[in-house]
Design a protein around this ligand. Structure first.
Ligand SMILES: Cc1ncc(COP(=O)(O)O)c(C=O)c1O
Ligand SMILES: N[C@@H](CCOP(=O)(O)O)C(=O)O
Length: 431
């Protein structure tokens, strides 16, 4: 399988090359040349398959030219060692809990999958690789955890100072070893731009082999399609058409779900729910894509003003807005609406949802109002405890701190403060 650049489709790479490079030399995101539907009987019998089997069938076409089947099976065993339960909280409304991994957000699967692939590809190499990653909160912790101690790999995480939760900050600044955290005086978009600039900086790339562990990297992005298949397996018996509502920021997760649909998974519709960072909802309405600086919200991991993956979503539908709208709706919600949704879910169902999941719930409710008789699944993308202050203040409860979080909560933060691209460049050139 080849992957081509969305900037210039003549720039092609194998899976291995795309993973090692992160983005194409022309700064485009890599995209698979073909998405082959899985056999119909795979979906008919999906409930008889283990998660490992499902993941293997799903990812095989993208990686098999570069990873032997036996290694791929081992990687998936390492990566998928926790549960992905669908929990019904109201009639025809369920949540897909994606927070049972080591850093309690949905990024764990992609981060670990990419770390395993890179570990395999660099097994016989002597050169070091530097993984650059921009985070608005959760990617950083997952990548730090997934890459900790991986030989010949150094990780540099850029995060917006004061704009991630206390627990998210602990997860990405306290591990040490091969993980460096850079605290940027700016927004997530500034961090993301700095990472993309470093890839194009010949002075840096002459000295360092760089890659990215954001969802721009196909090995971080594609495994996210597993979630939708795991959810479909659990919800199929409901006998209703399924709608997924995905709290969205960089739009990698919803895009991975749409890949699962292209592979033949029956889905009625996707909803990409955002906070007030509403570039995509506006685009879906007007057809004009106008990135703007992001605004800080209580669902901070979705504070993205120029979502990287929207270009992939448009590609999936041949850049045809009419076709796209048949499959995707996108709605935006304020912090007040988000808090009200957290309260509503808690009072109706005694279920504690985090602010991101609450945005997903709101998107689903809005869609189901006009499309009743569907089974709706909103993705709970992070454990509520990661947003402790907001949850405590909104619901007036003190959730128990799970062991994964207790491990980091009392550790000392270590970060390098920078206020411009030069700060990142100086660091990369000097180490
Ligand atoms: C908790 C949480 N929810 C939702 C999102 C948005 O996901 P995506 O960037 O794939 O749209 C993120 C960050 O990516 C996140 O950390
Ligand atoms: N919300 C993300 C932002 C980066 O998204 P990614 O999927 O492209 O890594 C975060 O939590 O950092």
């Amino acid at each position: 399988m080849k992957f081509y650049s969305l900037t210039n489709n003549h720039n092609q790479a194998s899976f291995k090359e795309a993973v090692i490079a992160g983005i194409a030399p022309d700064k485009g995101l890599y995209f698979p040349e073909k998405i082959t539907p899985l056999a119909a009987d795979f979906f008919e019998k999906i409930e008889t398959c283990s998660n490992h089997e499902i993941a293997f069938r799903a990812i095989h076409q993208f990686v098999s030219a570069d990873i032997p089947d036996s290694i791929l099976k081992d990687i998936l065993k390492n990566v998928l060692d926790f549960d992905f339960p669908v929990v019904e909280i109201q009639e025809d409304i369920a949540t897909l809990e994606l927070f049972h991994g080591p850093t309690m957000a949905f990024k764990d699967v992609g981060a670990r999958f990419m770390a395993n692939c890179l570990g395999y590809f660099s097994k016989n190499e002597s050169n070091e690789v530097t993984v650059l990653v921009a985070t608005s909160g959760d990617t950083g912790g997952a990548v730090a955890n997934g890459f900790l101690g991986v030989k010949r790999v150094n990780v540099v995480i850029l995060y917006p100072s004061g704009k991630v939760s206390d627990i998210q900050e602990k997860q990405l600044t306290t591990l040490g070893q091969n993980i460096i955290a850079m605290e940027v005086d700016g927004t997530f978009d500034d961090c993301q731009k700095m990472v993309k600039s470093a890839f194009l900086d010949a002075e840096i790339t002459a000295l360092k082999k760089l890659t990215s562990a954001n969802s721009i990297n196909v090995a971080r992005w594609l495994p996210q399609l597993f979630y939708f298949l795991f959810a479909f397996k659990q919800a199929k018996s409901k006998g209703k058409e399924i709608v997924f509502s995905i709290p969205s920021g960089n739009f990698g997760n919803v895009c991975a779900g749409m890949v699962a649909q292209k592979m033949g998974m029956p889905v009625k519709h996707f909803v990409a729910a955002t906070n007030v960072n509403d570039v995509v909802p506006k685009f879906m309405h007007s057809g004009a894509y106008n990135p703007v600086p992001s605004i800080a919200t209580i669902s901070n991991a979705m504070d993205v003003g120029d979502p990287s993956n929207f270009v992939r979503i448009r590609q999936l539908y041949g850049n045809d807005l009419v076709e796209l709208k048949k499959n995707l709706s996108s709605f935006s919600f304020s912090d007040e609406e988000t808090k009200d949704a957290m309260k509503e879910i808690y009072s109706k169902s005694e279920y504690v949802v985090d602010p991101h999941g609450a945005v997903g719930y709101l998107g689903l409710k809005k869609y189901q109002k006009k499309n009743p008789n569907t089974f709706g699944i909103f993705l709970e993308t992070a454990h509520p405890v990661k947003f402790l202050a907001t949850v405590e203040e909104t619901l007036n409860i003190s959730p128990k701190i799970p062991p994964q979080i207790q491990k980091v909560i009392n550790r000392e933060k270590e970060s390098i403060k920078i206020n411009s691209y030069e700060g990142l460049k100086t660091y990369l050139m000097g180490t």
